[in-house]
Design a protein around this ligand. Structure first.
Ligand SMILES: *Cc1c(COP(=O)(O)O)cnc(C)c1O
Length: 396
């Protein structure tokens, strides 16, 4: 079958929830993807910040297959070694004492929301269940997480949404202080808003929020689903701020493309979950946790954090070079390999032109180009994209 026939078939039989680019991918390696026709693309999307160690990563594939010939699944009624080893690793590398495993980002946030509410229920504080979240945030598509998402387009058509979420502008301490009441159990935020347009929280804001949460006994939740697992040049973005949350959620790059989510929490906060409080059939299943453990080991073994920091700094420098050449570019922002470029014009025609030239990039919030390549991207590959963008902007 031709690729066009596959695409026609997809449009007939798959739920119409995605606007897709007209490419059928077949294989990949590192930061390069190959379509059915053998055309190659340099990938600056990485499955939306998922394939941080590159496509078809041999180490992760080996960990996956080694475990797959031993044991796929037994449920969480029993112990399995890979899940325990992964939890040990995550706890040793983070602020957290305990991990709950699930299968996606939204599910990790669901667990965080439930844990936050349960903390106050257990203390007999039955009215303390509201959560303050940020405008322009993104936390997922399930009912609780779309209710926690500060973007109308995600919620519209699905009302009534879940009760108990209040929104304040990001990076505004005073607005947060005004909104938090005696009914607020938690503050939920992304340190860098990804879907929101690569917007970084300021150092002072995060310090102020932490202090305010301590003063008011409010649980602080960092959604690191997009920023975590090395994306910013640190394993977790909170390390840049030197501020720790009470709960952190992970997913995206944790399995390098395999579905896994995790909610990590301090002992004090995690205590509210007891047998029967929460569960997931597939959460922490052996095959996926064995692969995720290899992801974390590989990041250490191959010095991925250091190289991400350096490559990210180089990439940002090159994007700023473009900004200095073209008025159409308003600003360049982000850290590590989570970079954004705000344009004075719509971004999608530029995404299409890049694609025609063999470069995959992403656009969010209409006019923000987002660059979230595999962390193993090379300077040569970055230079290739910069040349391509230079051409495109030059002809506009
Ligand atoms: C992608 C994302 C989610 C949702 O993750 P899913 O795995 O799609 O449910 C939640 N929060 C942030 C910050 C994300 O980037």
């Amino acid at each position: 079958m031709e690729d066009t026939e596959w695409m026609e078939s997809a449009d007939r039989v798959i739920a119409n929830t995605y606007k897709r680019f007209p490419i059928v991918f077949e294989s990949g390696q590192g930061a390069v993807l190959r379509d059915m026709e053998g055309r190659e693309y340099t990938d600056f999307v990485a499955g939306i910040a998922v394939c941080n160690l590159g496509h078809a990563n041999p180490g992760v594939a080996a960990a996956l297959t080694e475990q797959a010939i031993k044991l796929f699944h037994v449920s969480n009624l029993f112990y399995t070694q890979p899940q325990i080893a992964l939890a040990e690793k995550l706890v040793s590398l983070s602020f957290a004492d305990r991990a709950f495993f699930c299968n996606s980002g939204a599910e990790a946030n669901e667990a965080a929301i439930k844990l936050a509410r349960k903390n106050f229920f257990d203390k007999g504080n039955f009215n303390r269940w509201r959560i303050v979240a940020m405008e322009q945030s993104f936390h997922g598509r399930t009912y609780a997480t779309l209710s926690a998402t500060g973007q109308k387009k995600v919620r519209e058509g699905f009302e009534p949404i879940l009760e108990g979420f209040d929104f304040v502008p990001f990076n505004d301490t005073e607005a947060l202080k005004r909104q938090v009441s005696e009914n607020t159990c938690a503050v939920l935020l992304e340190l860098i808003q990804g879907e929101g347009g690569v917007l970084c929280a300021s150092q002072k804001y995060i310090e102020d929020v932490r202090r305010f949460c301590d003063e008011t006994g409010t649980i602080l939740i960092f959604d690191e689903i997009q920023t975590g697992i090395g994306r910013t040049g640190r394993l977790f973005a909170y390390e840049h701020y030197d501020v720790t949350p009470d709960i952190m959620t992970l997913a995206k790059a944790l399995g390098n493309g395999l579905p896994i989510g995790a909610m990590l929490a301090t002992e004090d906060t995690a205590r509210a979950f007891t047998p029967g409080s929460h569960a997931s059939t597939f959460g922490g299943t052996p095959v996926i946790t064995a692969a995720a453990l290899e992801v974390l080991n590989q990041i250490e073994r191959d010095n991925i954090l250091e190289s991400c920091g350096k490559t990210g700094a180089y990439f940002k420098e090159r994007l700023i070079w473009l900004k200095d050449r073209y008025d159409i570019i308003e600003d360049v922002r982000g850290i590590g390999l989570m970079l954004g470029m705000r344009l004075k014009t719509a971004g999608s025609p530029i995404v299409d032109l890049c694609m025609k030239n063999g470069f995959l990039i992403n656009c969010t919030q209409e006019n923000i180009l987002r660059f979230i390549p595999p962390l193993v991207i090379t300077r040569e590959q970055i230079d290739g994209l910069i040349d391509c963008l230079d051409h495109i902007f030059g002809e506009m």
